[in-house]
Design a binder for this molecule. Sequence first.
Ligand SMILES: *Cc1c(COP(=O)(O)O)cnc(C)c1O
Length: 445
Amino acid sequence: MTETFPKNGSNRDRVLERMRAMAGEDADWRGGKTWSLVYYGGDELAETLKAAYSEFFCTNGLSPFAFPSLRRFEHEVVTMTAELLGGGPEAVGTMTSGGTESILMAVKAARDRGRAERGIERPDMLLPVTAHPAFEKAAHYFQVEPVHIPIDSDLRADVNAARDRIGDNTVLVVGSAPGYPHGVIDPIEELAALARSRGVPCHVDACLGGFLLPWMRKLGHDLPAWDFSVPGVTSISADLHKYGYAARGASTVTYRDESYRRYQFFAYTDWPGGLYASPSMIGSRAGGTIAAAWAALHFLGEEGYLRLTRQVLETTERLKAGIAAIDGLEILGEPPASVFAFTARDADVYALAEGMNELGWGLDAQHLPPALHMMVTPTHAAIVEPFLRDLGEVVERVRAADDGSRAGIAAVYGMAGALTDRTPVRELLIDLLAQLLPGRAGDHA
Ligand SMILES: *Cc1c(COP(=O)(O)O)cnc(C)c1O
């Protein structure tokens, strides 16, 4: 039963004890059972982040004047990130609350730039179908028409299709490095060249790759150019709270120079509460996350990031080899980093996901085409063998038991896959969100 508002307060121990009890059924991220939600860089780093967060717990990044410490942390995090992303001395950016906010800001800035400098009233953006849904969210919030770009057989954005579809109203061309679903890097050089030839900005979504691909390059991996070293790339999103190993609620959006960033900012002069200016979507900004991001970069340093990257890549290779060795399983495309997807040739991948989930592995299913998603982090180094053993057993069980019937997520994805118009599935998802946070009348917990 959900409680009503407590009449009296409780003491600290009582509050925390009850909260810990409620966490009993949470996903076991410490045991390496989750993929993509938690990026844990080790106990010592975590303790450092918590301490930094606590020190600045009560501060607010809304005012650049009240807390010069936060302004300095943010400035240094942003300029260090810009350098890592191949930005020149002119590169500028801001910290945001996460990848979604970074992407919202990049799209909004491009839309406003298109309106101000090219007079575009009905903006569109070229969006590979594999781009993160945060771009669809931005399109929806800011009324920018998404023009979808299909992917090639190698799962990368089809540049010829992009060339056909770019138009006079295009305010942004998007590519990912790498994309979330399959972990492959879009042909950024070609996309950026196309955008540049038409005077259109090009955003690279490196929410995953921003703090991974630069270290991979330093470790000697041969990667295509994807960052500000590519002419025509005008903005990049890179998440501190993923492979930057910072505290959750931290990302960056970086622009080639101020002429692009200006359009991100907001200012209002007619409020009785005073003159108001804000760099990003949110108003008050937690000082703790900004401080913890600075702490992460300084605690780890280049050497720490290289060590974690090497560990993640080694673990990825072991997992990929183990998966490919299981009869019937197949890695999709040629993902260069620690994100990839695999599918099953003669077994239902959704039944496979359910079977793994029953064993406690929180594997995410995806579709178009059906596959299971893997995002490898340092925590997974310890679970490669038990994971592969369970996976092999579940594949055999699923294959033996397959009677063509579909339940659970298999049924939902089966339905979604069979429809050309997925509006009913969308309604189902909106209903599900509503049910997850019911009002008092609907509470049957
Ligand atoms: C995670 C991710 C995002 C969105 O980031 P959030 O921090 O979840 O808002 C965007 N793009 C890619 C490629 C991502 O992996």
